[in-house]
Write a protein that binds this ligand. Structure first.
Ligand code: C2E
Ligand code: CA
Ligand code: CA
Ligand code: CA
Length: 276
């Protein structure tokens, strides 16, 4: 996101600079993308680290533009935030994810990414309530993913909104942990169910970078002592999976377990697992 700091592990994630002209043209197309039906959600499996059992999916937004092809969310989400389009797009994501997840088996959760700007809007609570009511999805099956930047810039407004959605019974995850301007204070003040360990740490630890190993161990220990789960992101190989199990992470996500899938395939995977 636009708020990422300049830490060592950032080197792995290329900064995406969109030039002014390209940006203007992209922004115009983005304004019309929803009404033109160019967006859909892909669902990446999230599995239990020890058993490999499917526990849910993370909803990831996809934009197939006739003009620009598949645009990465790492590029268009920041643009949508700047152009103040994240409100309607985020609302569409919330409704669609709830509707689609409501058709999965009862124990399969859905995680939805939420931008800080969405939490600035007091109407966010109504969006979540009506997405749940409109889909019949129980609150306990919805998880929201927010990043540390929520606590840096948005002040108390965002935190109040989070408290209100938490009271609905939904879960909250702290996404991309350690890549922003971290402060540990909010970890104890906000009711997170889990901390997501960014792919950059997983990849660096797998290469034997000692600092990354130390950070993952510390995050897992911290989460445990606070009664929170940990999800390791970006696990691509069997060796990385074993490493993550040794760290004692609760859940894993990554290409090794599955790429983001079209909704029908996600549903089939969830149903197959039920029969297994
Ligand atoms: P994120 O929330 O950290 O999502 C994880 C990203 O890592 C996804 O990229 C996913 O496809 C990718 N990924 C998962 N496993 C692996 C792996 O094993 N290896 C590698 N190299 N990558 C892996 P994606 O879908 O391109 O999304 C990028 C970012 O865009 C997301 O990062 C999130 O910050 C944002 N985003 C996506 N959808 C939404 C949305 O609906 N709303 C908001 N606000 N942001 C979204
Ligand atoms: Ca996420
Ligand atoms: Ca993440
Ligand atoms: Ca990330």
């Amino acid at each position: 996101s636009k708020d990422k700091g300049g830490g060592v592990f950032h080197a792995y994630e290329p900064q995406l600079h969109v030039r002014a002209e390209e940006r203007r043209v992209l922004e115009m197309a983005l304004r019309k993308a929803l009404e033109k039906n160019e967006m859909h959600l892909a669902y990446q499996p999230v599995v239990d680290a020890d058993s490999g059992r499917l526990t849910g999916f993370e909803a990831l937004l996809r934009w197939e533009s006739p003009e620009f092809g598949n645009v990465s969310p790492a590029k268009f989400i920041p643009l949508a935030e700047e152009a103040r389009l994240i409100g309607p797009i985020g609302e569409w994501v919330m409704r669609t994810a709830c509707l689609e997840a409501a058709r999965w088996p009862d124990d399969i959760r859905v995680a939805v990414n939420v931008s800080p700007d969405q939490l600035q809007n007091p109407g966010f609570v109504t969006t979540v309530t009506s997405a749940l009511a409109g889909s019949g999805l129980s609150a306990g099956r919805l998880e929201l993913e927010v990043t540390e930047s929520v606590f840096m810039h948005e002040g108390l407004g965002a935190i109040k909104t989070l408290e209100r959605v938490l009271d609905l019974g939904i879960r909250l995850s702290l996404d991309d942990f350690g890549t922003g301007y971290s402060s540990l204070g909010y970890l104890s003040r906000t009711r997170f169910s889990s901390i997501k360990i960014d792919r950059s740490f997983v990849q660096a630890a797998a290469k034997g970078v000692r600092e990354a190993v130390a950070i993952i161990s510390a995050v897992v220990a911290l989460a445990k002592s606070l009664g929170m789960a940990t999800t390791a992101e970006g696990v691509e190989t069997e060796a990385e999976h074993r490493m993550i199990q040794d760290f004692g992470c609760t859940k894993v996500q990554g290409y090794y377990f599955g790429r983001p899938l079209p909704v029908e395939e996600a549903r089939e995977l969830a149903n197959r697992r039920m029969q297994a």
